[in-house]
Design a protein around this ligand. Structure first.
Ligand code: ISE
Length: 339
């Protein structure tokens, strides 16, 4: 049958997911949408046959025909919607960050423990990107030996008006946190944040860009340049350095043009373009897993670990000191290697 999906939040990501479910993801259909902006949600629902429009997320989740829930509201609204979905035993794909704070993620894990199963997948879409998958395969196969460093660059052309200095860490660097944990198969144990004199191209209070250092449980070092007002485009790069070689992804040289005595190419402008294929594969894999009551990829534990690292990162940025990450013991339900 067709999986009926409720989409919570119809902002940039939510509406992109609605489009994707209608066009590139088979076996699923959006049957309810929710957004606090009543006009907007009606407009989105009007483009979908037979979909209900709601301003209350709980009402959309409880709507007839809903088999699974995709949450793309702002981070602070995630926990309540996830818990409402879990009360109904519905599979969830929740955009990152799962929750802004580790406590909220722990409450979600507790709800899954009571159900005795994992139903929540977190939208760390880089795990579904073809280049990241190749790097992961190479590292897992020992192709460059034991990893020593990951050098990461994360640049946005500009940041939206609502962006805050904290979000540089909890909304942007959180992707490198998850990618590093996944690529290395290790936890992040400590965070240090450095800041150059901020760019004059953004409000000074934003403190953009920053340099974030992550230490990991296996003794690797991850450095992240986060620069959300670089002006020229969207770039996510990662170079792994191992004992016997290096590997780099994200150069973005899909096509190089040589003409008129010059060579060059295009820099993509935003993440919905750079990671379009990753988002498609993420949602397809989620739909396939949800139909079997499973999750595919990053789960609530990954959301929790990322939130714990963000908390340490915010303290590190505020106090200007290296800050250790505290994690609870990993519950059996989230043991590595479980599908
Ligand atoms: C945004 O929320 C994302 O998830 C993007 O991938 C990231 O590049 C951007 O910095 C975030 O604000």
């Amino acid at each position: 049958g067709t999986l009926g999906i409720a989409v919570i939040g119809t902002g940039r990501m939510g509406s992109d997911h609605v489009r994707r479910i209608g066009t590139t993801v088979g076996g699923a259909r959006v049957v309810a949408v929710a957004d606090p902006d009543g006009d907007r949600v009606k407009e989105v629902a009007a483009g979908l046959e037979g979909a209900g429009a709601y301003t209350d997320p709980g009402a959309a989740i409880a709507a007839p025909g809903v088999d699974a829930v995709l949450i793309a509201s702002p981070g602070p609204a995630h926990e309540e919607a996830v818990l409402q979905a879990l009360e109904r035993r519905l599979p969830v794909l929740c955009e990152k960050p799962l929750t802004p704070d580790p406590e909220g993620a722990l409450r979600i894990m507790e709800a899954e423990r009571r159900l005795g199963r994992r139903l929540v997948q977190v939208g760390f879409m880089r795990r579904f990107d073809a280049e990241y998958e190749r790097l992961k395969e190479l590292l897992d196969a020992g192709g460059i030996g034991r990893p020593l460093f990951l050098h990461c660059r994360h640049r946005n052309a500009s940041s939206p008006a609502f962006f805050t200095g904290d979000m540089l860490i909890s909304d942007s660097v959180v992707h490198e946190v998850d990618a590093a944990r996944w690529l290395l198969g290790q936890e992040v144990t400590a965070v240090t944040v450095l800041a150059p004199t901020p760019t004059s191209a953004a409000p000074q209070a934003l403190g953009d860009p920053r340099f974030v250092l992550l230490e990991t449980s296996g003794g690797a070092i991850v450095d992240v340049e986060i620069f959300v007002n670089c002006g020229f485009g969207y770039q996510v790069r990662c170079e792994a350095v191992g004992e016997s070689g290096t590997a780099r992804i994200g150069d973005g040289h899909a096509m190089v043009v040589e003409s008129g005595g010059r060579w060059g190419g295009e820099v993509v402008q935003d993440y919905t373009t750079r990671f379009a294929d990753a988002y498609d594969r993420q949602v397809r894999r989620w739909v396939a897993a949800a139909a079997r009551g499973r999750v595919a990829g990053p789960d609530a534990w990954d959301g929790y670990a990322a939130a714990a690292v963000s908390r340490a990162g915010l303290a590190a940025a505020r106090d200007g000191v290296r800050t250790e990450v505290r994690l609870v013991e990993r519950p059996e339900l989230y043991a590595a290697g479980r599908d």
